[in-house]
Design a protein around this ligand. Sequence first.
Ligand SMILES: Nc1ncnc2c1ncn2[C@@H]1O[C@H](COP(=O)(O)OP(=O)(O)O)[C@@H](O)[C@H]1O
Ligand SMILES: [Mg+2]
Length: 587
Amino acid sequence: MSPGGHAASAQTGISAKDQAGFVGVASNPAGATTSYKKVPRVWSQPCACLQLQKVENRSGVDREIKLTERGQQVAELIALGLSNRDIARRLFLSERTVEWHVEQVLNRLGFSSRTEIAAWIGRTQSGTPVRSPGRKGKGNIPAPLTSFVGRERDLTMVRDLVAANRLVTIVGPGGTGKTRLALRLAEELEPSYRDGAWLCDLAPVADPALVGDAVAQALGLSQETPDRMAAAREYLRERSALLVVDNCEHLLGGAADMSLELLGACRDLRVLATSLAPLGVLGEAVWQLQPLPQGDAVRLFVERVHAAAPGVQLDDTTQVAVNTICDRLDGLPLALELAAPRLRQLSVKELADAVPDSTTTSPGDRHGSLDALAAWGYRTLDDSERKLFRQLGVFAGWFEQDDATSVAGDGAGVEMLLNSLVEKSMVTAGRTSQGRPRYRLLEMLRAFARRRLDEAGESQETRLAHAERMVWLAERLGLNTAGSEVWVWPKVEGMVDDIRAALRTLLELLDGGHVAMVLERDRATWRRRPLEPDGARGLRRHLFGTLLGIARARGIASSPGASGRDDVLVSGGDKPGRITRMRRDAW
Ligand SMILES: Nc1ncnc2c1ncn2[C@@H]1O[C@H](COP(=O)(O)OP(=O)(O)O)[C@@H](O)[C@H]1O
Ligand SMILES: [Mg+2]
């Protein structure tokens, strides 16, 4: 679907503004203003701007009330959406006893419903214990690493859209600057939300069933929660927050469902999404982002050249060549940023000649210039750089050199090759919180690398090598909590998306029974460590939840309730007779 194709027909309710990029707000035919529904393809219909209800700020009203310890535990589990039966299992109590505690809590707080209890928990616990320890401040919007250029009009328009609509989606081709614009705005708007602005990146998430999990993770919520979506919802229920949901395109349905659930329950929440295509939710306002105009494109290119190739002189004599480069790259910020460091090896004129002309390679297709640029960059690599580059496509996020070495097989010269890939802008370098070098591929380069990996027929072996590495890392968590293995903690925590990907690989390429065995083995290792830090248990349970989600989505796990116990049954895909029981409480 081409979002841009609908732009011209949209009538919007924000008519005073210049609306060139505004696609519209999906109208609600019934005229209701607070309900959000999933409406395939209606985002291009005429809009009805939403009337927004402000809820009064109730925080602080009931801070003084204290519950008994047991009552507090029960209330927290209610807030996570658990039934009395589930609470009874979690706390090893009878259901009758839980019912009694719920009564006590209701009486003590003067409430008549579980929803009120959940909201109270949300108000009184600004963070603990539902949220992970260590996270402070309002939100998790990352500080930018590079300068921001232009976009004054886009900022004004999207700011206005966010003020008038609870769900706004910035759409546009990859590399246009959607994420950057959303983050810039989130940074600016954060102080106007009592509980800050939050970023949830869906790029590494492969299953729609795990969108809620990703949101909960972004909010820093405890990993032990069984229903992560419900946890996120209850956390946000009485909070005033802006949630930036980045990279929705591959999970439109999941992102739409999540937005519906959160916006329906949380009155002071706004969602700012970025995607190649709109989510298709009633009430969604859509802003179509265009590439940078020529002047801003040149400014961005020049700034990146100054940073990446400081010795290079850009003056009147190079102006024509710079204009050609920016033109050929369609003013796409990502393409400009990828091309700039090439001036370390090429002259400006040589670069202008070398940059592929997207108007001749793929007319009218904005993806063309990026793909052509990636393909061009790939062609300039030597064979071993090329091989490592496509193998690195298996990583979902940041990785370190030793991870790359495990995946690259022979491992020889990985350090040198990595440096060379960074030099050629095919790999991005950064630092871990402990100051070690780490690396990642930009989203569009990762997708490109994966396609090359498939073409080379190396996908399966590389994914298995990656999965093996992740399982090995996860195992290290349990071996030693003091001393030499401590390094693995922050590392594994930072690679949760990769661990998820590894579990998915194991389920896809092997079978459920095998995965259960792998996890069972790990569990045995972990259980030998009685003094493991709290976080180890949390992470294990998190992995268990992830595995469960994937196994359910693939129809190879029963629901926990079905067996009448809090267990999961995983049956081996190609060994139908084999069923492995994994007990949740053992995790
Ligand atoms: N207005 C801008 N000013 C400076 N850099 C930008 C701007 N827009 C995009 N970029 C940079 O270009 C790259 C691609 O932008 P990004 O927001 O990731 O694109 P998208 O989300 O549309 O794929 C990023 O490195 C980003 O920082
Ligand atoms: Mg993006």
